[in-house]
Design a protein around this ligand. Structure first.
Ligand code: SF4
Length: 403
């Protein structure tokens, strides 16, 4: 079974009509009895989120939604192996290079006046939180140095009160060392493969959108340069050979047309700007460096549902892949065969799924449940496990990618 399937139990239906409101192309009601009529048992991809929601809200439990991955025994279809409780509003996750620890940035919840300021450290053998480290306010992104000695945490703060620091964690003792001062609202961090440079994008404040990145010498933790990129820069990724960087630019609140700035790492200069989907929120490079996958999250009140695929030779978009609502995080398998996208959703309808893309033909081959409002994903260095931060439930879902 390659697509989502739906069936109904008409005997249970009480005729509330919720399903028809949510997905009129899939459900109808009998004009006489008011009971549900199924128009499509294998709805098209565009209807999947609405069908899932119909199944969740049906007051009579009359709708059965079957995810392709939920039929057990499909080798290679990810499944949840464990769930780990972390801090409030986990927004980012990264593994140590040896795979023994995972670090989770707990962004918190500004909407309720409770910003986070911690990083949870998970022992990946026991799947227990072994340390909680205090960092700056509103940590939203983090990355681990290639030698595993340091974790860099971008303290985003909020749109009204942006932070301007990167916390530095010594992984040997889980203690912070003096932070690095950067521009407003650091919302993307990446270290060059040789470990010498740290790139930090600066999203800016509500009144003054950022357009820059700070370049930091990791030997001294001093800012040694800045780079002008697009409006509202966020996630950053560096190619495996260390020559190019790709940073997503959200655009402005009134014009969320998203772009990706491509920069030459050595020369510290932007060499191309590529139009992608609205408000792109995540980016990853394939292990061979030939493709870049960009998650077009879109504005929170009108989330997008696509991934842009960039050819790094021409720096052009060569494919656009339909995924779930509000794709918020992306990770690529060690062998480059799969791309995993977590669908965070938007303000009105939080997401709960992960799309699995086959990179050979850039098609979605499975959609699996991962938990409420999945915000970020990282793969273990051995390629076996995916850790997904579920922002809505303060948990990390551990998915077995081999199943
Ligand atoms: S939401 Fe459920 S109860 Fe209401 S019409 Fe649809 S199937 Fe029937």
């Amino acid at each position: 079974m390659h697509g989502l399937q739906v069936s109904i139990d008409q005997d249970k239906c009480c005729g509330s009509g919720h399903c028809v409101q949510l997905a009129p192309e899939v459900f109808d009601q009998d004009p006489m009895s008011g009971t549900v009529i199924l128009l499509q048992s294998a709805p098209t991809f565009a209807s999947h989120e609405a069908v899932r929601e119909a199944g969740a809200v049906c007051p009579a439990s009359a709708i059965n939604v079957m995810e392709p991955a939920l039929s057990r025994g499909h080798r290679g279809i990810p499944s949840i192996a464990a769930t780990i409780s972390v801090g409030e509003g986990p927004a980012a996750v990264a593994f140590s290079p040896d795979g023994r620890e995972a670090y989770v940035a707990n962004y918190g919840r500004w909407a309720t006046g409770a910003p986070g300021r911690t990083v949870s450290v998970i022992n990946t053998d026991t799947r227990a939180v072994i340390a909680t480290i205090e960092v700056g306010v509103g940590p939203s992104v983090l990355t681990v140095a290639p030698n595993g000695a340091t974790v860099y945490v971008g303290n985003y703060g909020s749109a009204k009160a942006p932070g301007n620091t990167v916390s530095v964690i010594d992984t040997a003792n889980h203690k912070v060392t003096p932070p690095i001062t950067v521009g407003n609202a650091p919302d993307g961090v990446a270290v060059s493969p040789d470990g010498h440079r740290l790139f930090v994008s600066e999203l800016g404040s509500e009144t003054r959108l950022g357009t820059s990145m700070s370049v930091i010498d990791t030997a001294t933790n001093c800012v040694i340069g800045t780079l002008e990129v697009g409006e509202g820069p966020g996630a950053v990724a560096i190619t495996p050979d260390g020559t190019r960087g790709y940073v997503v630019n959200y655009g402005t609140p009134t014009d969320p047309a998203g772009t990706v700035s491509v920069f030459d790492v050595e020369r510290n200069a932007v060499i191309a700007t590529i139009a992608v989907g609205k408000s792109p929120g995540a980016v990853a490079v394939t292990p061979d460096g030939k493709r870049v996958y960009v998650a077009n999250h879109g504005p929170f009140d009108a989330p997008g549902n696509t991934i842009s695929v960039i050819d790094t030779t021409t720096n052009t978009v060569v494919a656009t892949v339909g995924v779930g609502s509000g794709p918020g995080g992306v990770a690529i398998a060690k062998n480059g065969s799969r791309v995993y996208v977590v669908n965070m959703g938007g303000n009105d309808a939080p997401g709960s799924t992960m799309s699995v893309i086959d990179t050979q033909d850039n098609t979605v081959i499975a959609t699996v449940d991962v938990g409420r409002t999945p915000a970020a994903i990282a793969l273990s260095p051995d390629g076996r496990w995916a850790y997904v931060t579920n922002y809505g439930t303060n948990t990390v879902a551990v998915l077995d990618l081999n199943n």
